[in-house]
Design a binder for this molecule. Sequence first.
Ligand code: HEC
Length: 138
Amino acid sequence: MTRNNKKFSANLFEMLISWQVITVILLIIIGGVVYFNLGDGTDNSIATANSTGAANPTYDKEIAPIMQNKCAGCHNPGGMRSNSPLDSYKGVMDYIVPGKPADSVLIQKVDGGSMGGFFSPDELDLIKKWVEQGAKEK
Ligand code: HEC
């Protein structure tokens, strides 16, 4: 009799413990899913706002960072293409006709020319839009 009672309470105890464990695990999983979903959403919107989604791109904000990243490695005063530095607004504007992407040597080079492939399609659209809108510095 005593033995049976002990066994019964021991089983009840184990059952309670396992439910608590399951509840805690579920909460961790749900919390994790919510946390990562929110995190992804925030990251994506930051990336779009800072790079290729800009409605009125300027050299200082959107163009300088991608030129620095993709072009200035060679096109800088000490680089392999030092005669055409693209690490400043002034340098870049030597190859841009504001408002006329088709007449701009830089656009001809990156859009199907010998500098094609350095820019992603989004970056190419952005830089064309920037030239069309007058290639503003600020
Ligand atoms: C790996 C080095 C390298 C990178 C990176 C590079 N270029 Fe060039 N670029 C060159 C060389 C070499 C030439 C000359 C040969 C030619 O015109 O194809 C050149 C030529 C040019 C010219 C014509 C002026 C000149 O110097 O003859 C422009 C404009 C230009 N590149 C723009 C760009 C842009 C914009 C990017 C970034 C998307 C870029 N380049 C990335 C090496 C590079």
